[in-house]
Design a protein around this ligand. Structure first.
Ligand SMILES: Cc1cc2nc3c(=O)[nH]c(=O)nc-3n(C[C@H](O)[C@H](O)[C@H](O)COP(=O)(O)OP(=O)(O)OC[C@H]3O[C@@H](n4cnc5c(N)ncnc54)[C@H](O)[C@@H]3O)c2cc1C
Length: 570
């Protein structure tokens, strides 16, 4: 006990000794259980949250009997891979892996349509009171609590069978602060409510002459899983990750307290929420982040393919040269997004904030020269943009961001692999093995070092600081495959083959907790590294009843979803 107390004291979280979590009940109450709330109880709860309780009707219902409607079903199928479609739903999730074919639009009309892995009820929250009352109700009735913003999570953390969710996605307020002042920062900032999307932020920033460190997908929720999970951005080789730019959070804890978390107030909570994962420590009501004066951007795109005069070996020679080149890009402050699979390679784009066309051309010229030398025909475009938003709009067309299009793997590749051609060669070989075995490589060259991030103190996985790439060896999603085949594909091909090859090459590195294999065998080490134990203690201090759960979140291994969907103590 003394040893544990000393450890906690050394972590600066001694007060948690007074708030040790009581042992939770073995299982959450599930629909159909005798103690599941009666309709009258749900009705009364609905009245207490201003009528904002929504009973889940699975989004795919019109594709199934007895509600089958061919026109509506066609619309659902046509929009299934568009994130905006799911975002409007109170209960849908973007990654169909987590819908578990509960009510799948691509399955025959007579196949099952159940709520399944979707939550049972959602409260469309707009006030702190709605959130607190939902927490109290979930606790009182021992119901699984789910925290959902846009439902983008690839790890399935924003849904849950038998769950009662709060949906923060409609809280869209922002407050632009010209002169934020704190001990560590004086300058422009923006306070962002829990439901603000990346594109809303970009548009508002543009109108005010600012740029914000945020992600590539327009519909991702900025203050939810994105920033709390770290959040990579086209600006990250220049300004660090999104979590590196946090100034303070307003948080509602699962015990109903409203707290400010900053480097000087509840600093342990601030540290954890800045990179230690969404849906784990509390419900973020708002995040305040630094913003940067907007500046010109240059972008380059390059593509080439296997063809009549380009053998596969030659194609790989071109890609291997690209791989060797990227440290020059990231050192210059660029982030370089490459997608390659089958027989096509797309660098789309190299994004150089603060750079002009000549500088972008200079960066990619050795790569272009090599393609010429190899006799590989290629397409190139290099452009200048007056600011972040015009560059973002041109270089990241929204069609790029489909959902349920891929099964994800992922690994952070440390810069040390680029120390010499001899060290790089095994990585190049593995990438070739992986892609030739059918992977879609989603390969981001990015350098969010502590130095560019301004030496923040936060829970971002340390492996990010040494990373040159976040590399996702993905598999194409098959809408028509059955669930067992999909899971087997994920496990056999990604978990035990693609990612395993990368793990072997990168001992001590890790993976981006938001974009990786949800079945990562050692998620604690891979997603949280040496921060794990400290994060767990902070979680238990602020979420003593363990209401917040995600299978890959900190503390997630203490609970397990049973085959019937019920969540039980592991
Ligand atoms: C198409 C696509 C493109 C993407 N592009 C990028 C990218 O460019 N860069 C990048 O870094 N990531 C990217 N991501 C990953 C993205 O950052 C994560 O999926 C992230 O978890 C989404 O957060 P959300 O709040 O929008 O989603 P949700 O699924 O609603 O929530 C994600 C997690 O955050 C928790 N959470 C949500 N709101 C809150 C809150 N208010 N307080 C506490 N916890 C909360 C949830 O419980 C859940 O655990 C992309 C994902 C997709 C699907």
């Amino acid at each position: 006990m003394l040893a544990i107390a000393l450890l906690l004291l050394s972590l600066g979280i001694a007060p948690s000794l007074q708030t040790r979590p009581p042992a939770p009940k073995a299982c959450k109450t599930f629909p159909g259980d005798p103690d599941w709330p009666s309709p009258a109880t749900w009705h009364a709860f609905n009245a207490s949250v201003d009528g904002r309780l929504i009973r889940t009707v699975p989004i795919g219902s019109p594709c199934h009997n007895p509600n089958f409607n061919a026109t509506e079903c066609d619309i659902i199928k046509a929009n299934w891979h568009d994130p905006a479609f799911h975002e409007l739903s109170p209960s849908s999730i973007q990654d169909s892996l987590w819908a578990n074919k509960s009510c799948d639009p691509f399955s025959p009309p007579d196949s099952r349509c159940i709520i399944g892995n979707y939550v049972q009820y959602t409260v469309n929250v707009s006030t702190q009171d709605h959130i607190k009352k939902t927490l109290t109700f979930a606790k009182q009735h021992n119901i699984r609590f789910v925290l959902r913003n846009t439902g983008h999570d690839y790890m399935g953390k924003s849904t849950g069978a038998g769950g009662l969710a709060i949906w923060t996605g409609n809280m869209k307020k922002t407050e632009w602060i010209p002169h934020f002042k704190s001990a560590g920062y004086c300058g422009p900032a923006v306070k962002v409510a829990a439901g603000v999307s990346v594109i809303q932020l970009y548009e508002e920033a543009d109108a005010r002459g600012f740029a914000v460190v945020a992600g590539a997908c327009p519909t991702v929720g900025f203050a939810g899983g994105y920033i709390q999970g770290g959040g990579h951005s086209a600006l990250s080789s220049k300004h660090g990750l999104a979590a590196d730019n946090t100034l303070e959070f307003e948080v509602i804890t699962t015990t109903g307290q409203f707290l400010t978390a900053s480097p000087t107030q509840n600093s342990d909570l601030y540290w954890a929420i800045s990179g230690g994962g969404g849906g784990t420590y509390g419900i973020v009501w708002s995040a305040t982040v630094k913003v940067f004066p907007d500046e010109e951007v240059s972008g380059a795109s390059v593509s080439f393919a296997v063809g009549p005069n380009v053998t596969r070996d030659l194609w790989w020679e071109g890609i291997n040269f690209y791989t060797a080149q990227t440290p020059n890009y990231t050192a210059a402050g660029a982030v370089s997004y490459a997608f390659y699979s089958g027989d096509t390679f797309n660098l789309s784009p190299l994004f150089l904030p603060g750079g002009n066309k000549d500088q972008a051309r200079k960066l990619v010229q050795p790569f272009l020269d090599k393609l010429v030398e190899l006799g590989i025909p290629h397409n190139v475009s290099i452009d200048n943009f007056p600011g972040y938003l015009p560059a973002y709009t041109a270089l990241f067309p929204s069609a790029l961001f489909g959902v349920s299009t891929q099964l994800f793997g992922g690994r952070l590749l440390p810069r040390s692999l680029w120390d010499s051609p001899q060290k790089l060669a095994p990585l190049q070989d593995s990438i070739r093995n992986i892609v030739d075995a059918g992977a879609l490589a989603f390969d981001i060259a990015i350098r969010p070092t502590l130095a560019v991030a301004g030496n923040p103190k936060n829970a971002v996985l340390p492996a990010w600081r040494a990373a040159e790439r976040t590399f996702n060896p993905n598999l194409p999603w098959d809408d028509t495959a059955n669930f067992a085949t999909t899971v087997a594909n994920q496990l056999d091909t990604i978990t035990h083959n693609f990612d395993e090859q990368l793990r072997k090459l990168t001992p001590g590195s890790g993976a981006y907790l938001n974009e990786a294999d949800p079945f990562e065998p050692n998620f604690k080490e891979a997603f949280y590294g040496p921060n794990y134990n400290k994060l767990l203690a902070i979680k238990d201090k602020f979420d003593p009843d363990q209401l917040l759960f995600g299978s890959t979140a900190v503390g997630g291994d203490r609970w397990a979803q049973q085959p019937d969907g019920r969540l039980c103590r592991a």
